[in-house]
Design a protein around this ligand. Structure first.
Ligand code: 9MG
Length: 321
């Protein structure tokens, strides 16, 4: 038996130096187990599902479904929201700007009208976290006043005034990476090294947030699958998703029904459910916390399987006997 200092004794066993290092790091820098979304809280140890509510005319798999003559169909929106909540979505993401490749920008006033009416209707009926998918500073401010719990910005607060509006809102923010803009982002995306470049971009956005007074504790990161990325870039991102853990912030991913899944399976948008679940499971096993999806019920079940395994790893021995 190797000779070790007395303070490494653990009953009649020994702590390895690796275990000691881990314990010290945990004590100095404990992992937060709760994440605050305004008045609501979610457990960081449990994978979470964000249901997509697209109030858009041309989103790639559900465009126009919730609109009638350019106005939100509140009856349909409420029905869809209720079924997503019943299926286990803990966050609903409301968006009125299509960000599909090639999408044409929607005027900010149209975007705000559509999102705010839906937000108001949902926040008065459901006790769930409502995320606003927007890059518009004025919509961020108005949404916060109406009870939004999260700002989901695919432009990572780079629009003029967005950083200030998000900071003042007091809300948490999901910072997503995108190269280019939806209208042209798939034309010729170029990276030096895709994972490193995206991590560097997100690190710079974290620094910008902190300088503006938006604490990193309010941030969620998203590598932005499909946003200015080739098929190879997307696969590499998924394969190396665990690298993002060095940034020490919660991760959100969205691959539901996206083109990368069509490239792999050869299937249309409506037939990519199994592929989407596989991608979600891989992402969660590699450290993602929130999965953004159109298909809440099957994703919730799949992530319960991930959770069982991750919990077993975190608390070995608990499930024995
Ligand atoms: C709005 N939107 C569309 N796809 C998305 C993704 O992958 N992540 C986030 N955060 N938002 C998205």
């Amino acid at each position: 038996m190797p000779v070790r200092p007395f303070w490494t004794l653990k009953g009649n066993l020994y702590w390895s130096s690796f275990e000691l290092l881990f314990i010290c790091r945990q004590k100095l820098n404990p992992v937060q187990t709760q994440f605050h979304f305004g008045t609501r809280v979610l457990d960081r140890r449990v994978p979470q599902v964000m249901g997509i509510l697209n109030i858009t005319a041309d989103s790639f798999s559900d465009g126009g479904e919730l609109l009638d003559d350019g106005k939100p169909r509140l009856d349909l929106v409420l029905k869809r929201a209720e079924s997503m909540i019943q299926a286990g979505a803990t966050i609903l993401d409301i968006g009125a700007e299509s960000t599909r490749p090639g999408a044409v920008a929607v005027p900010e006033s149209v975007e705000a009208d559509r999102v705010l009416v839906v937000l108001e209707a949902l926040s008065s009926r459901f006790d769930t976290i409502l995320s606003v998918d927007t890059s518009s500073p004025s919509l961020m401010t108005q949404a916060a006043a109406l009870g939004a719990g999260l700002i989901n910005d695919v432009r990572a607060l780079t629009r003029p005034g967005a950083l200030q509006a998000a900071t003042a809102s007091g809300l948490p923010v999901c910072l997503m990476h995108m190269q280019g803009q939806p209208a042209d982002m798939q034309e010729n995306p170029v990276y030096r090294q895709v994972v490193d470049d995206i991590m560097a971009y997100l690190s710079a956005r974290i620094t910008a947030c902190e300088k503006s007074g938006l604490s990193a504790q309010r941030l969620i990161l998203d590598p932005g699958f499909g946003f200015g990325k080739t098929f190879g870039n997307n696969l590499e991102l998924l394969d190396r998703l665990e690298n993002f853990s060095v940034l020490k912030l919660p991760l959100l991913v969205g691959m539901s029904r996206k083109r990368m899944l069509g490239t792999i399976t050869g299937k249309d948008e409506q037939e990519r459910l199994a592929a989407g679940i596989a991608a979600a499971v891989i992402a969660v096993m590699k450290g993602a916390w929130i999965v953004r999806t159109h298909d809440v019920a099957p994703t919730v079940d799949a992530l319960k399987v991930c959770h069982a395994l991750l919990q077993r790893r975190a608390e070995p021995g608990k499930d024995r006997g």
